[in-house]
Ligand binder design. Structure first.
Ligand code: GTP
Ligand code: MG
Length: 363
């Protein structure tokens, strides 16, 4: 899973990236459009995995990992061109985007619009994404025109249908609106699957506030100012959160309570991303390895098996399943079995968040 951080120059993208990943990339007031994208892996914290690891004492403990990329800034009003060409490919492969928006006042940090207005900037950013998508759609429409001339009668029918659909989408984007993917049929989804459209990705916004504004509900204000924007919004004091991310656990707890921050932004952002991506976690546990795995909500046992190894999906017989809550209540697996709650499930079983799974297979 790849989460991309995008935003206008000096909005605090790298600051948020550091807060999220614990990296210590330099942040500067000189927005450098030529900068390389920063990349880091984040281990998703999971108390259930910790508990299983304590119990089984395995050789290896493996968290679910999220890859995070901090991109160079969007330049306003330029669509794809406003974005370094070498990054656009990576940006289009992101599974979700975190839009970093500046709300902190600081005279030493220039703002491309000279004034700080988080709602305005978020709106700008959403428009930039739509413009970048529009370019992709228009390029494709042009190419359809070229192919049409050389196409057979049958192919033309197909191309016409595609063109008609893309023109519809272009209209939506031109109006600055978001494509509602829930209204697309499978055929339409297939047509645009490979475009990596930014506005179709799960989007989230992180409003970067000054620490003095903690508790002033900056996110709520942005939400109220943009009633049409359909994305989760949270706020964080980026600069402080970046410092917090560099502390060890004990110092961190103390620091957080001094500031009255209930939960580090890193955890809040990860949870938001998690929900937005529609992911759940299942666990495997044993003396070799305890591991957390991510799958989509609604995936079945065979898909889960395939995550672990393709052989397990191919030769799938049954999944042995225990709910984590049952394991926790008993403190061991034997208790779960004695209670008759250790289950055998078939291929169609829909995996639940926190399931501890062992696959029986035969290849
Ligand atoms: N006061 C204050 N300054 C911040 C905060 N977040 C970021 N800054 C400052 O704003 C400047 C830009 O921060 P970055 O995180 O580098 O912003 P960016 O969006 O990555 O910038 P570019 O990638 O260059 O566009 C730096 O000088 C930061 O110290 C904040 O929450 N409060
Ligand atoms: Mg940066």
């Amino acid at each position: 899973m790849l989460l991309g951080i995008v935003g206008l120059p000096n909005s605090g993208k790298t600051t948020v990236f550091n807060a999220l990943t614990g990296a210590q990339i330099e942040t500067t007031a000189f927005s450098g459009a030529a900068a390389e994208a920063n990349v880091a892996m984040v281990k998703i914290p999971d108390p259930r995995l910790d508990r299983l690891t304590e119990h089984y004492n395995p050789k290896k403990k493996t968290h679910v990992e999220l890859k995070v990329m901090d991109f160079a800034p969007f330049q306003k009003g330029q669509g794809e061109k406003g974005f370094p060409a070498k990054h656009i490919g990576d940006l289009r492969t992101c599974d979700a985007l975190l839009l970093a928006v500046r709300a902190f006042e600081d005279e030493s940090v220039p703002h491309p619009e000279d004034t700080v207005d988080a709602a305005r900037d978020l709106e700008t950013l959403l428009l930039e994404l739509a413009m970048a998508d529009l370019e992709v759609i228009e390029r494709r429409i042009e190419r359809i025109g070229d192919s049409w001339k050389r196409a057979s009668k049958e192919e033309r029918v197909k191309l016409d249908r595609e063109k008609e659909f893309l023109e519809e989408i272009a209209k939506v984007l031109e109006a600055g609106e978001v494509i509602d993917s829930s209204k697309l049929d499978d055929d339409q989804k297939t047509m645009i699957r490979n475009f990596g459209l930014l506005t179709l990705k799960p989007l989230m916004a992180a409003i970067n506030i000054h620490e003095d504004d903690l508790g002033a509900d900056a996110a709520g204000k942005v939400r109220a100012a943009l009633p049409g924007a359909d994305l989760p919004i949270l706020d964080l004091a980026g600069k402080i959160e970046m410092e917090i991310a560099g502390l060890d656990a004990e110092e961190r707890a103390e620091f957080l309570s001094d500031l009255g921050i209930a939960e580090p932004a890193r955890d809040r952002i990860l949870r938001m991303a998690w929900e937005r991506l529609g992911l759940i976690v299942f666990l495997t546990a044993g003396e070799d390895e305890c591991r957390a795995w991510a799958i989509k909500k609604g995936d079945n046992a065979v898909t889960a098996a395939g995550k672990i190894h393709s052989d397990l999906a191919r030769g799938f017989i049954r999944a042995e399943v225990a709910a984590y809550a049952d394991f926790e209540r008993h403190g061991n697996m034997q208790g779960v079995k004695d209670e008759g709650r250790y289950r055998l499930e078939g291929k169609d079983y829909i995996v639940q968040d926190g399931d501890i799974i062992q696959i029986r297979f035969n290849v």
